[in-house]
Design a protein around this ligand. Structure first.
Ligand SMILES: NC(=O)c1ccc[n+]([C@@H]2O[C@H](COP(=O)([O-])OP(=O)(O)OC[C@H]3O[C@@H](n4cnc5c(N)ncnc54)[C@H](OP(=O)(O)O)[C@@H]3O)[C@@H](O)[C@H]2O)c1
Length: 331
């Protein structure tokens, strides 16, 4: 039999387990021109929350009572397709199913098996590419500048901070526990790290951590952390709006300080982006990230949850900050 996870109810506010349903169906078999895939690692990502709502966005919403999809690594266990052989691993946007068939379209072969398979969902996958392209193309950091990163201990943020260090910046990060802020400094080389959950006066803490102000802000979370960073942004600063996880579960978006006077006064550029906008540059990003990884200039953390049925809980836990680095589920 084959386990499948469906979206059974659209979340209002924070997602919970009753938004998902696990069913069993007959295990499929590969027809002519098809392969049978066995899921190995499933990526859970904050953006999936947006697809669970029935609102217009850059990707269509998930359909109710249909399998959810996300980035996954899967092994070919049977092949009736001339271009695929059993035992090979592929990356693709696949259904939350233990087994599924595919005609091979949209799958990318994992060629380099020296790196862990799950890294292709994190530092060498979509989050790593997001970090690299968002920071270099929009943030344009220069040597000696100060880079601030929110969601710093997560998949994207931990990579952004390290790239900032490679490019010669002073890097400060925000995360939600002392363990995470410690890790930012000890493992990822951040110069300063601020626990936003225990710091009362964030704007002041930023002034102390970044005495010369912030030149580039890579924003993964939005909300009050971003308000405090913008209060410290320098002339000609750049704000890379990558995500706003602090707002994804809000039913009414809270109003903060208006940003326009800050942007005008300081000639600041603020730009949102979706990594797929830069798909043509993705191979170049993966090449550079792989090189840095091999040279030992880049590292990564993963939170690996075991068991297919744990996928919904792992997804929910992203909003509680239970992950350090990339959250993946090992099937
Ligand atoms: N634009 C794009 O193309 C693109 C691509 C990938 C990701 N993103 C966005 O980038 C951001 C990070 O994604 P990721 O995959 O790297 O996730 P992640 O950072 O690995 O995981 C989510 C983290 O967000 C933090 N968080 C949760 N609720 C929060 C809140 N209310 N306020 C502040 N922090 C909160 C938690 O860390 P703490 O313990 O520190 O709170 C949690 O560990 C997300 O907003 C995501 O949507 C955008």
């Amino acid at each position: 039999m084959n386990k499948v996870i469906l979206l059974s109810k659209r979340p209002t506010g924070k997602p919970s387990l009753d938004n998902f349903k696990i069913i069993t169906e007959e295990k499929p078999s590969a027809k002519d021109g098809e392969i049978l895939l066995k899921s190995s690692f499933v990526s859970v990502d904050p953006y999936l929350r947006g697809r669970m709502s029935d609102t217009k966005s850059y990707v269509p919403p998930f359909e109710l009572n249909k399998p959810i999809q996300s980035g996954m690594i899967a092994e070919v266990i049977a092949s009736n397709h001339p271009d695929f052989k059993t035992g090979d691993f592929y990356l693709g946007n696949l259904d939350w199913k233990e087994y599924q068939t595919s005609n091979g379209k949209g799958l990318t072969k994992i060629e380099n098996t020296e790196v862990s398979l799950s890294a292709y969902l994190g530092v060498l996958g979509m989050p790593g590419v997001t970090a690299y392209l968002g920071l270099t193309l929009i943030g344009s950091p220069k040597k000696g500048e100060t880079l601030a990163v929110s969601g710093a201990a997560g998949a994207v943020g931990s990579t952004v901070g390290q790239i900032g260090k490679i490019l010669g910046c002073r890097v400060i990060g925000f995360a939600g526990s002392d363990e995470k802020t410690e890790l930012l400094k000890s493992k990822f080389g951040f110069d300063e790290a601020i626990n936003y959950k225990t710091t009362k006066d964030m704007a002041k803490a930023i002034q102390e951590a970044a005495p010369d102000g912030v030149d580039v802000y890579f924003d993964n979370v939005g909300g009050e952390i971003s308000d405090a960073v913008l209060a410290n942004i320098n002339k000609f600063g750049r704000v890379v709006v990558c995500g706003a996880i602090s707002l994804y579960n809000e039913t009414e978006v809270p109003t903060g300080p208006r940003v326009q006077p800050i942007l005008v006064k300081n000639s600041v550029l603020m730009q949102g982006f979706i990594v797929s906008d830069y798909a043509s540059k993705s191979p170049e990003a993966v090449k550079q990230l792989s090189e840095w990884l091999q040279e030992g200039n880049l590292t990564y953390s993963e939170t690996v949850v075991e068991g297919f049925e744990q996928i919904p809980q792992a997804f929910i836990d992203l909003f509680e900050g239970k992950n350090t680095g990339k959250m993946v589920v090992k099937v």
